[in-house]
Design a protein around this ligand. Structure first.
Ligand code: DOR
Length: 448
């Protein structure tokens, strides 16, 4: 198979999922997958399937799509690789991930993005879609080779300097204009660098008490407001990465209530839906992340915004870091947290169990909305006959204890270490093939 061909699953292969509940509603049904698509839904008597999964009434959802993952390849394979990150993604219920551009070398040209996409295909666990850098070398001086990346075999549609803000408004304007021409999206890491020099923690009483330089919410909110206006002015598509403050949620609510040109979407991370800056008391660098953990009030506002659709989707911002970069004093530690294998469970704890989202809502925020934003036509589809079989099977009642060392990532920097979380991925089916089942990956290679 060359790089452009994409088979529709395995010809002739039949997989039967027995007793599943699509979107967690109704009586259990059987679902037959054939040639990579959903072939039948209803009571199935046939036993001639190549494999049968006994689901026992588990919840069946469209496969999860992560619009924001760091796979660290090329350059920091000691922290993560496309292979180990793909395994973590499949185990977490993901059928597609967008791999951020802050690699070394930076993904600011066709060669690097094609490498990442090709590795994803060779491994075959999840559809790995590279994100291209907005500016050359993430340096914020001039645009990267956006057109070349879009036209490359990696088919890049989303561009981001994540980890850095595109703070020059003229460059941001040009990026929105340029990407509009081919239906691309600019995903902004909203952080005014002049408001956050040496920042280490959310600016507030906790940072002051602990002697950590502050990262004020206004540094995010002011960039989001500016970029929304630029998206309207240019007609371009803006995606706001990792919304972290009540003020940003409030601004987006107001912005989206107006008729505007351009398009604005936004994501929130699981850690910002659960954790607060009170955890910094321990000076444990596993809680260091950018944007920082904020307050209870922010957490409540972010949950409400996600429930309402003001924030469209959940993004893990899975950010593996090698021990020497994370297991050190607070000020020297890199910001970032693992997220692929815990996202579903954190969402169950913060949104499903408190009644803020039902399983249809989970499908929306973990699959449909991110697939739409990233322009992935095979992902985020309804669980229905004739649709591509990208599916995730979830046990809503299971509880498990998070142990970083047991996760598939090369790194162990989970902020949920030792927590007992609800909800577990039982199986992931990607392009018609089981990629993860019962906590183990089943690699096949050569797809997508
Ligand atoms: O905490 C973070 N880590 N935030 C980012 O924006 C970048 C990421 C990383 O690459 O480690």
């Amino acid at each position: 198979m060359n790089d452009v061909e994409r088979p529709a699953g395995d010809p002739g292969r039949r997989t039967l999922l027995r007793e599943v509940r699509p979107y967690g509603t109704g009586e259990p049904v059987d679902l037959l997958i054939e040639n990579g698509v959903v072939a039948a839904i209803g009571q199935q008597t046939g036993t001639d399937a190549d494999e049968i999964v006994h689901a026992g009434g588990a919840v069946l959802l469209p496969g999860f799509v992560d619009p924001h993952t760091h796979l660290r390849e090329p350059g920091r394979e000691d922290a993560e690789t496309v292979e180990t990150g793909s395994a973590a993604a499949a185990l977490g219920g993901y059928t597609a991930v967008l791999a951020m551009a802050n690699t070394d070398p930076v993904a600011d040209n066709a060669v690097v993005v094609e490498h990442v996409r090709r590795r994803g295909r060779e491994i075959g666990l999840v559809d790995v879609r590279p994100v291209g850098a907005v500016t050359a070398g993430l340096a914020g001086q001039r645009l990267a080779e956006i057109g070349a990346m879009a036209r490359s075999r990696a088919e890049v549609r989303v561009f981001s300097d994540d980890g850095h803000c595109v703070d020059d408004p003229l460059l941001m304007r040009r990026a929105l204009e340029y990407t509009r021409a081919f239906g691309g999206v600019v995903a902004q890491h909203a952080q005014d660098p002049r408001l956050t020099p040496d920042s280490q923690a959310h600016e507030g009483p906790n940072a002051a008490r602990l002697g950590l330089a502050g990262w004020p919410a206004a540094a995010e909110e002011s960039v989001v407001a500016r970029d929304c206006m630029l998206a309207e002015h240019t007609g371009g598509a803006l995606h706001v990465c990792h919304v972290s403050s009540a003020g940003t949620a409030e601004f987006l609510r107001w912005w989206r209530s107006r008729a505007t040109g351009g398009s604005v979407s936004a994501e929130v991370t699981p850690h910002h839906l659960l954790l607060t800056d009170e955890l910094l008391e321990t000076y444990d660098p596993r809680y260091k992340v950018n944007p920082p953990l904020r307050t209870d009030e922010d957490v409540r506002a972010l949950r409400a915004a996600l429930a309402e659709g003001v924030v469209d989707c959940v993004a893990t911002d899975h950010a593996p870091h090698a021990d020497q970069d994370k297991d050190c004093e607070w000020s020297a530690a890199r910001p970032g947290m693992l997220g692929l294998q815990t996202a579903l469970s954190v969402l169950v704890r913060t949104m499903v169990r408190p009644g803020l989202l039902d399983w249809r809502g989970v499908a929306r925020v973990l699959s449909e909305a991110p697939a739409r934003i990233a322009g992935l036509s095979e992902q985020g589809r309804p669980v229905a006959v004739g649709e591509p079989a990208n599916l995730t099977l979830v046990d809503p009642d299971a509880e498990w204890t998070v142990r970083g060392a047991e996760l598939a990532s090369t790194s162990v920097n989970t902020p949920f270490e030792g927590m007992v979380l609800p909800g577990r991925v039982l199986a992931t089916i990607s392009a018609g093939r089981i990629t993860a089942r019962d906590g183990k990956v089943e690699p096949v290679g050569g797809r997508f």
